[in-house]
Design a binder for this molecule. Structure first.
Ligand code: DGL
Length: 287
């Protein structure tokens, strides 16, 4: 019991929340977006780990039964670390994305795009390389796409130019599958699909993750309903939002990612929260 906690560096993770809500409509979801410290994609591994720890610790105080790391950069740098630190099941976006891509590739090259941090961590590439040769893997960091999405330039010639610049080599290499390894890219699916062409499978890591979360939850429930089981009422799950800052364009950016207006938003100052709760990292490195 309890809600599923989802965190991200900012509001982009609402694409993951949306996918989870679509796949598991009766689950209560608590979202934490670290809007005060976004972006994570340009920052180093230790910083991202420290931020991710605070994000997860906050969600734990909301009594979540599972934590979903919606942020690809945090999944890349902090997933193992968080699993070490917290007892709740923690799910990242990278493995589900890798699995989906491997299922969809038709023997050609698999491309992956993400923030500088995600791509330089090599996590997607290593995951793919466990099953296909390195020559079939192509990765590219696309740092300009995050601000373009935040500005709402989804259908815009500037965005098309940036996509062409970054993805030109992928197209030339004839990738047959492309992993959209960043919270912001699902909303660029149409523009990316137009450039890459209809034969390239675009893997949305948000959808892949929602499937993985559903599988874990299904595993927790009894295999078959017992005779005396009372049918659960079809109640839609509740969505609750916490942000560490309210950015100027919060409402429009939120709606872009979530697909509807965002409500029930509370701001939290993580540092203050950490002091008040007396949270401490009890990890192996004693940080
Ligand atoms: N959420 C980040 C990711 O998926 C993108 C934004 C950022 O750089 O923080 O990697």
């Amino acid at each position: 019991v309890g809600p599923i906690g989802v965190f991200d560096s900012g509001m982009g993770g609402l694409t993951v929340l949306r996918a989870l809500n679509r796949r598991l409509p009766r689950e209560d979801l608590v979202y934490f977006g670290d809007t005060a410290r976004v972006p994570y994609g340009t920052k180093g591994a230790r910083t991202v780990q420290a931020f991710a720890w605070q994000d997860a610790a906050f969600l734990v105080t909301q009594h979540v039964k599972m934590i979903v790391v919606a942020c690809n950069t945090a999944s890349a740098f902090a997933l193992d670390y968080l699993r070490d630190q917290f007892a709740v099941p923690i799910l990242g976006v990278i493995d589900p994305g890798v699995e989906t891509a491997l299922a969809r590739t038709r023997g050609g090259t698999v491309g992956v795009i993400g923030t500088s941090g995600t791509i330089r961590s090599g996590r997607y590439q290593d995951g793919l390389a466990r099953r296909i040769p390195r020559e079939r893997i192509l990765a590219c960091e696309c740092p300009l796409l995050v601000p373009l999405v935040e500005e709402g330039m989804l259908e815009h010639p500037v965005t098309d130019m940036v996509i062409a610049e970054y993805l030109g080599p992928m197209k030339q290499a004839r990738v047959d599958t492309l992993i959209l390894g960043c919270t912001h890219y699902p909303v660029l699916k149409a523009a990316i699909g137009r450039f890459m062409g209809p034969d390239v499978a675009l893997v949305d890591s948000a959808d892949a993750l929602a499937e993985a979360a559903a599988a874990i939850l299904a595993g927790e429930k009894p295999a078959a309903p017992t005779a005396e089981a009372v049918p659960i009422p079809e109640q839609p799950g509740k969505l609750t939002f916490f942000l560490s800052d309210i950015p100027w364009k919060f409402a429009e950016v939120g709606e872009r990612f979530l697909g509807r207006p965002i409500q029930n938003v509370t701001t939290v100052d993580l540092d203050e929260f950490e002091r008040a709760e007396g949270l401490t990292i009890n990890g192996k490195d004693g940080a």
